[in-house]
Design a protein around this ligand. Structure first.
Ligand code: PCA
Length: 327
C-alpha cells in the first residue's frame, strides 16, 4: 500500500526536478533606469530569449542599480552571483585603456564610424572579458556626448573653474584639459549633484539629458558630437556553458538582434531627446568657432594621453579601424 502511494509522489518529484534542472533563471543587473532606451532594449532582449527558448531561459532584468551598484556589476557577474550585467564600458578604463577607446574625440564622429570602431575593437575587448570568465553579448552606443550649461557656452574661458559632471575618467580628463573642475557622477545621481550645488554643468548625451530632466538645472545644450560611448552587455561564461546548445543558440541570436535594434534605438532616441530638450526650454546649438577650437585642443591632449597609456594590442585595434575607414 505504501509503495503505491509513494511511487507516484517520487515520480512527480523526479519530474519537477528534471524540469528545474533544464530551465535556467538568470538575473541581469543594469545601472540604468527604465526610462533609458538601453534598458528598454535589454528588457526586450530578455523577452525575446524567454520566447525563443519557450521559457527554458528567463532573464530577470534588475534596472536602475536596484540590485547591484554600477561598479559591483562586473565583479558580481565574474563571481557568478548574477549571470549577466550591463555596464558603461568605459568605466573599466582603469583595467585597460582599450575599454575607453570609444571615449576619444575625433575617432568616430557618427554611428557608422562608431559601429566600425566596435567591430574593430570587439575581438580585443572580448579577449579581455574572456580572461575573467566573461562573455560579451552585445554593445550599444549612447548618442554623441555634448555639454549642458546654465548659460550659453560662447567662450572657452567659461570652462575655467566650472564644476562639470562626467560619467567616466576620460571625460574627467577632458574637462581638466579645458580648465574645468570635473566630478565623476553616476547617471542616477545627476539630479542630486545639481540640486545640492555640487556641479554647474555636465557632459552626457541628449538621451541622458532627457531622462534626467536636464531642464530642471540647466538651460543650454551644446551638441558638440564629442564621442559615442557604449554600454556592454555580458554574461558569466560558466552560466552559458550550462545551457543546452539550442538555448545557447537562441540566446546568441537574440543578442545579435538586440545589438542591431539598440543601434537603431540610439539614433531615434537622439532625435526624440533633442526635441524633448527643446520643448522643455533648453537651447540646443552647435559649438561656435572658439569653443570648437578649445574642444579640439583638449581632445588632442586627451588622445595623446590615451596613446601613451594604451598597449600595442589596443593601438593595433584602433589602427585596424582607421585602415578600414581608409578603404
Ligand atoms: N549617459 C550615461 C553614459 C553616457 C550617456 O550618454 C551617463 O551620462 O552616465
Amino acid at each position: 500500500m505504501r509503495t503505491s502511494i509513494a511511487t507516484p509522489l517520487l515520480l512527480a518529484t523526479a519530474c519537477s526536478l528534471a524540469a528545474t534542472a533544464q530551465a535556467a533563471e538568470w538575473t541581469m543587473a543594469t545601472p540604468y533606469g527604465d526610462a533609458s532606451f538601453h534598458t528598454q532594449n535589454t528588457k526586450q532582449f530578455a523577452e525575446d530569449v524567454a520566447e525563443a527558448t519557450d521559457g527554458d531561459l528567463t532573464i530577470n532584468v534588475q534596472s536602475g542599480g536596484a540590485l547591484v551598484s554600477h561598479d559591483e556589476i562586473k565583479p558580481s557577474v565574474r563571481r557568478g552571483t548574477i549571470a549577466a550585467g550591463e555596464i558603461f564600458l568605459s568605466v573599466l578604463s582603469n583595467e585597460d585603456p582599450i575599454f575607453e577607446v570609444d571615449t576619444l574625440p575625433g575617432v568616430a564622429g557618427g554611428y557608422d564610424e562608431a559601429y566600425a570602431l566596435w567591430e574593430a575593437t570587439k575581438p580585443v575587448i572580448s579577449e579581455r572579458f574572456a580572461a575573467e570568465g566573461l562573455m560579451p553579448l552585445y554593445a550599444v552606443p549612447w548618442p554623441a556626448q555634448g555639454i549642458y550649461t546654465a548659460e550659453a557656452l560662447t567662450d572657452p574661458a567659461q570652462f575655467e573653474g566650472l564644476r562639470v559632471r562626467a560619467p567616466n575618467i576620460n571625460t574627467q580628463r577632458f574637462i581638466e584639459n579645458l580648465g574645468g573642475s570635473p566630478t565623476e557622477t553616476e547617471e542616477s545621481d545627476i539630479p542630486t549633484a545639481f540640486s545640492t550645488g555640487r556641479v554647474d554643468a555636465m557632459i552626457t548625451s541628449s538621451s541622458t539629458g532627457n531622462s534626467m530632466a536636464a531642464w530642471d538645472y540647466v538651460s543650454h545644450y551644446t551638441d558638440a558630437n564629442l564621442w559615442l560611448p557604449k554600454n556592454i552587455v555580458f554574461i558569466n561564461q560558466r552560466s552559458f556553458d550550462q545551457l543546452d546548445e539550442d538555448t545557447q543558440e537562441a540566446l546568441m541570436n537574440a543578442a545579435e538582434r538586440a545589438e542591431e535594434r539598440g543601434w537603431e534605438m540610439s539614433r531615434e532616441d537622439n532625435q526624440e531627446s533633442l526635441a524633448v530638450l527643446e520643448e522643455n526650454g533648453i537651447t540646443v546649438s552647435e559649438p561656435n568657432e572658439e569653443v570648437s577650437q578649445a574642444l579640439q585642443e583638449a581632445g588632442e591632449e586627451l588622445f595623446a594621453d590615451w596613446q601613451s597609456r594604451a598597449n600595442d594590442q589596443a593601438q593595433e585595434a584602433l589602427q585596424s579601424y582607421r585602415d578600414q575607414l581608409d578603404d
